[in-house]
Design a protein around this ligand. Sequence first.
Ligand code: DON
Length: 562
Amino acid sequence: MIKRLIPLLLVISIVACQTAIKKERITGRITDSAMVVSAHPLASRAGSEILQKGGNAIDAAIATQLVLAVVHPSAGNVGGGGFMVVRLNDGSAYTLDYRETAPSGATTNMYLGETGEVIKGLSETGHLASGVPGTVAGLAEAHKKFGKLPWKELVQPAIDLAMDGFILTEHEAEGLNYIQEDLEKFNSILPNHLMNAWKAGDSIRHTDLGYALERIRDNGRAGFYEGKTADLIVEEMKRGNGLITHEDLQAYQAIWREPITGEYKNYKIISMPPPSSGGIALIQLLKSVEPYPIQEWGWNTAPTVHLMTEAERRVYADRAAYLGDPDFFEVPVDKITHPVYIEERMKTFDPQKATPSRDIKEGVLQPGESSQTTHLSVIDQYGNAVAVTTTLNDGYGSRVVVAGAGFILNDEMDDFSMKPGVPNMYGAIGGEANKIMPGKRMLSSMTPTIVEKDGHLLMVVGTPGGTTIITSVFQTILNVLEHNMTMQEAVTAKRFHSQWIPDTIQPEFGALLKDDSLQLIRYGHTFESRSSIGRVDAILVLANGKLEGGADPRGDDAADGF
Ligand code: DON
């Protein structure tokens, strides 16, 4: 009885908070030819200045990401990893994988206790939670292949902010205050520059990080994976019984991978292949809903939400079974993105009835032929586009600050499957495909994506949010393509999430109207509310060739350009 009442109570609260769909159009920042949208105004500014100096989108993405490591340390990083999707102005596309790897000393059962239970928190905070960082290797590799301006010029803006200091926003001050206890708990040498009761308007400097960035500026990847910074990382690991060694750091390689591409109507989707699950899942989702008239059904109406949720159940069940690091596990990419397979998966879709998640398993493969976060989107004045999503995993990663180097290490190991069927911090379940092995990359949901229309660049999009990344990118794309929203409206619009397990629809407050919520309950759905989903940063190429930025109002996100 109580179980039946909860969704109804939720509907009442959703309705209380719902925002009426506004009639007037809201547009984001519009520029003539070049734009950077990221999680922090100073980072977007730095990227835009690089473009103004004649740099290209790859240069701007590198500078923006390094500034985020200084001004947005919950997710911007040099101690984490990420993915970059590039589309050059000639239409060629590339993806760069600089995901963290499990250290050589990692073992499949390293987070299990003596009786085989998962030791709570061990993969989430502290020294054992960190994978070998990939960010610096990735940025250096991107620059080597595509960079236009000298590397030093791209690193310098981050150094200047770290050394000279900058003003904290309310979001950033709150974030730093939130982790004070963990900083004390996990750092035997306390990171003085982060310890304080912060408030908006305070000025903060990160001098140790500034020196670490100078070594990166002067020596490129060797300025991180060798020499003083490498020594400081290994010393930090020894202090906290972590696993990363000098050999692990030296062996780390960023990898260029074949982009995952798919068609949705007359649009082409270019996204991140494994070890991200994002690109595959996004294409599976778009293909699953393609045959249905969602434009006619309307934005976030019961039939639309029901269809999208049913597709999401099936796609996340596939994610748990079939996706992992392709260098360690044969990921059946072609099979599970094949239109016939997706059609088959949707054959059990009932437009009037929710399929309980327990009745959904991964799809049957046909025999035969045969992976706190932040996103930035860039389009340069030459027509090149870059989508980067980068992460420490949870906000402020493992909460371990490398003493003397001033940066936070990731807790990406939690993205592995610690034990078959046991959910990680995002509720994601996995098994064999995503088990821990030395040198292996943990499965990701990050979905940096570029959309083309009729062969021309249309959109650059991505977001943080763990497993909600995929569904947020899915919704943002449909908001523009099907629901005729501006880029800013598509980014601002309330979101919902569903991922097979748990068997719920998780709406932000205001995402669903009362009647639609009641209809969804009649179909058999249950709800679990969420305060905020994602921080999407996107750029749309308008019909007149100008660019419209969509900067997520859920954070400090900002568009900059000219
Ligand atoms: O790679 C992944 O899927 C996760 N580590 C992303 C974490 C994330 O988005 C956290 N941000 N809110």
